[in-house]
Design a protein around this ligand. Structure first.
Ligand code: FAD
Ligand code: NAI
Length: 465
């Protein structure tokens, strides 16, 4: 048996980042991964491949629709889906290679094979040795959720994993679920000419995000890519016949069923924590009613030396959240006193313009009954946005009505994914809306809209509107 201070099961952004941080702080670390490729969902079939295809499809769309507004004319513009996929695979390969390098650099021992508990300290690796860990981190992530009445055949009725590697560009694609995956995939394929239909159970897209942002997403998908969006509908059945899928959707409120004929159906109704074959019971552990591993505020499971992080526990299913969890646990094990607050974890939807949010939404504050003020600034009033021909979207700052404490920031606009870092810093350091207004931000930049919205939240109106 090989002994380590720390054995980590799962090499996604939770597991591999925890491994690096623990090794940096002096622990001996083993990392177990059931697939040949390191990096988990995010690097292999999630964040990295989806953002690669989002970037490629955006360039094609811009060249086709907007270059001429800048006086640039391209004749015979054409598209190779095959080449886009090849570039995506290359980017994934390089990124995974980077993680392999980091494992070696930090002297982390990697074992490929399915890991399962034999006891509370021992992990058997399929086809490999048994590992003893003084501490263990479960970082086994998640898998796509399915619907009881629709069976995913991975050919015509697919998940995001297959969508990112389809061997043809679909002429028609129906997407069940208007959450983050649904909206990002609709953008990729919509930009490349696929006819998109989204069936979303709730009355808005992106239910976890600011309501105005969800409405902007709906406008972008319908206005730019001609997507048909059925809000308040749930998918009832899907049948594959002769390379077509026949889908039915029923209004939630009752009424007649809609029949949709399409070429592919993408099921994007959330993800479920993955603990299959982990044999948790051998370590006296069990999952909760949603399949998650219960943890306390230190991310310890019911067995104190076993921790769990990332998608397999509570909290947003995001790569950077998984990594923060991993750092938090590794630092505790090394005797540090780290801090973790999921309210400071930003969410980003990488469509164009981008959507990003951090902290409270108005809905959350209304539910809590906490008085707040909002300040909003539209990009159409920004000089930088006009220069870039990017005048859609807004910045919304939410502040406590009495103290002016920054409570949330929500952005729809160019580079929102990066700009939200200011909101994260503001929340982390307890800034007021006035503090954000007083930041001397460069002109002309998209970031100036943050100052303006902050002033509007703090004092009732911006400068340039
Ligand atoms: P995972 O990344 O799922 O990794 C878990 C690993 O554990 C896997 O490699 C798995 O093979 C391994 N494993 C499981 N069980 C065992 C076992 N018994 N033995 C050995 N190994 C095991 N998040 C963002 O923040 N930004 C994005 O842009 C983004 N885009 C996404 C796009 C898509 C299409 C999808 C599907 C997800 C996206 N996400 C994004 C979410 C992100 O991928 C996850 O939140 C993140 O990967 C979770 O990290 P994790 O380490 O908890 O788990
Ligand atoms: P999600 O939870 O964001 O959205 C699922 C949607 O499906 C919800 O809007 C829900 O109302 C709807 N739905 C559920 N059942 C339905 C039914 N029967 N008919 C119609 N609609 C139905 O989950 P999604 O999009 O699958 O993403 C999974 C996870 O991956 C998310 O937690 C997300 O955070 C993460 N992710 C993050 C990305 C990012 O950070 N940019 C990108 C992609 C995924």
């Amino acid at each position: 048996m090989q002994r380590y201070d720390l054995v980590i099961i799962g090499s996604g952004p939770g597991g591999y980042v925890a491994a690096i941080r623990a090794a940096q702080l002096g622990l001996s670390v083993a990392l177990v991964e059931r697939y040949p490729s390191l990096g988990g969902t995010c690097l292999n079939v999630g964040c990295i491949p989806s953002k690669t295809l989002l970037d490629s499809s955006e360039l094609y769309y811009e060249a086709q629709k907007h270059f001429s507004e800048h006086g640039i004319f391209i004749e015979n513009l054409s598209l190779s889906w095959e080449k886009m996929l090849a570039r995506k695979s290359q980017v994934v390969k390089q990124t995974v290679g980077g993680v392999e390098y980091l494992m070696k650099k930090n002297k982390i021992e990697v074992f490929h094979g399915h890991g399962r508990f034999i006891s509370a300290n021992e992990i058997a690796v399929e086809g490999g040795p048994t590992l003893y860990g003084k501490y263990i981190i479960i970082a086994t992530g998640s898998k796509p959720a399915s619907l009881p009445h629709i069976s995913i055949d991975k050919k015509r009725i697919i998940t995001s994993t297959e969508a990112l590697s389809l061997n043809e560009l679909p002429r028609r694609l129906a997407i069940i679920g208007g959450g983050v995956i649904g909206v990002e995939m609709a953008s990729i394929f919509g930009r490349l000419g696929t006819e998109i239909t989204i069936i979303e159970y709730l009355d808005r897209l992106l239910p976890g995000m600011d309501a105005d942002a969800g409405e902007e997403a709906r406008r972008i998908l319908t206005a730019d890519y001609g997507a048909k969006i059925l809000l308040g509908h749930s998918a009832q059945s899907a049948e594959v016949r002769e390379e077509r899928v026949y889908l039915t959707a029923a209004p939630r409120a009752g009424g007649s069923t809609i029949n949709i004929e399409t070429d592919y159906v993408l099921v994007a109704v959330g993800r479920r924590p993955y603990t299959d074959g982990l044999e948790l019971e051998k370590a006296s552990l069990a999952v909760d009613e949603r399949g998650r591993i219960p943890v306390n505020s230190q991310l310890q499971t019911a067995v104190p030396h076993i921790y769990a992080i990332g998608d397999v526990i509570q909290g947003p299913m995001l790569a950077h959240k998984a990594s923060e969890d991993g750092i938090f646990v590794a630092e505790q094990l090394a005797g540090r006193k780290p801090h973790l607050d999921y309210l400071q974890v930003p969410s980003v939807v990488y469509i164009w313009p981008e959507i990003a949010g951090v902290g409270y939404t108005e809905e959350m504050l209304r539910q809590e009954g906490r008085p707040y003020r909002t300040g909003k600034f539209p990009y159409r009033a920004s000089g930088r946005a006009r220069a870039a021909h990017e005048t859609r979207g807004f910045v919304k700052v939410i502040a406590d009505a009495k103290t002016d404490l920054l409570l949330g920031m929500h952005i729809v606009g160019p580079r929102a994914a990066d700009l939200i870092a200011i909101g994260v810093a503001g929340l982390a350091y307890g800034a007021s809306a006035e503090d954000i207004f007083r930041l001397p931000l460069a002109h002309p930049t998209f970031s100036e809209a943050l100052k303006e919205a902050a002033l509007a939240a703090s004092e009732g109106g911006p400068l340039h509107l």
